[in-house]
Write a protein that binds this ligand. Structure first.
Ligand SMILES: NC(=O)c1ccc[n+]([C@@H]2O[C@H](COP(=O)([O-])OP(=O)(O)OC[C@H]3O[C@@H](n4cnc5c(N)ncnc54)[C@H](O)[C@@H]3O)[C@@H](O)[C@H]2O)c1
Length: 252
């Protein structure tokens, strides 16, 4: 699909890359010659992903970081610059769910999800954007969700955070275009630990599949090329866009 050099020399941070979609994006970036910072608060998982990229001939290092912690993010970005070089590509992908019906959701559950998805993405953006502005180049891709487009039951925190990230993407794209920084977001649907309950619990499984025109979940590896495309030269005139990699679930 790509020639193995599509991201040559572009240092990329992928957050939440210890498993799932983030791990698949990190591996796809490594396979396209990007030096990859595999960032996760689970550093053992991140190290395994980084090792798999190195074993496949790529360049990667693991970094422990809670994206919701601004000081930790600043330290991580400094460590990435020392180990791999200045950051060209940021993928804001780290995510959690804290599911509860809205009348029962605690303030803590609300805040945790907002902190990781929305504030975490802002923390990472601010930590890398100064260097991108100086160098007049950068690619930022935010992982959002159909929950932020269509709404969802039992996850008002998550739906709100992801809808917020769509506005975040559009605002950042407008503001950063003058610096030649490209900003887009992708709404995925894939088989990962995060989606295990809706994929396996009979109460949700068929109802969810019925809402996906392609009628199945993707594997993370199947959708990761979209994040490659959005970080490569082929996407040089695409910014501020929301793209679904969701089997058509968000067609409206
Ligand atoms: N799987 C899907 O179908 C789906 C659908 C829509 C959106 N998404 C979004 O895609 C992204 C990846 O989801 P996934 O399904 O691969 O999830 P996952 O749970 O498999 O992986 C998420 C990763 O993020 C890490 N993480 C969580 N909080 C963190 C933090 N504060 N700091 C650093 N790392 C942290 C976890 O340790 C984990 O490795 C998320 O933003 C999620 O909301 C997933």
């Amino acid at each position: 699909m790509f020639n193995g050099k599509a991201l040559e020399g572009k240092v990329a941070i992928v957050t939440g890359a210890g498993q799932g979609i983030g791990a698949a994006i990190a591996r796809a970036y490594g396979a396209q010659a990007a030096p990859v910072a595999v960032v996760d608060w689970d550093v053992e998982a991140a190290e395994q992903v980084a090792q798999s990229i190195r074993a496949a001939g790529g360049k990667a290092a693991a970094f422990k970081c809670d994206v919701a912690d601004r000081a930790a993010v600043d330290a991580m970005v400094a460590a990435v610059a020392t180990a791999l070089g200045p950051v060209d590509v940021l993928v804001n992908n780290a995510g959690i769910t804290r599911t509860a019906m809205l009348h029962k959701m605690s303030a803590h559950q609300w805040q945790q999800v907002i902190d990781v998805h929305l504030t975490g993405s802002f923390n990472c953006l601010q930590a890398v954007v100064g260097g991108m502005m100086e160098r007049q180049r950068g690619w930022i891709i935010n992982t959002v969700s159909t929950a932020g487009i269509l709404g969802t039951i039992g996850q008002i925190n998550y739906g709100s955070a992801k809808a917020g990230l769509i506005g975040f993407t559009k605002s950042a794209a407008r503001e950063l275009a003058r610096y030649n920084i490209i900003v887009n977001c992708v709404a995925p649907g894939a088989a990962t630990p995060m989606t295990e309950t809706i994929r396996t619990d009979e109460r949700f499984k068929q109802r969810t599949l019925d809402r996906i025109p392609l009628g199945r979940w993707a594997e993370p590896e199947e959708i990761a090329p979209l994040w490659v495309f959005l970080a490569c030269e082929g996407a040089s005139y695409v910014t501020g866009q929301l793209i679904g990699a969701d089997g058509g679930m968000s067609i409206h």
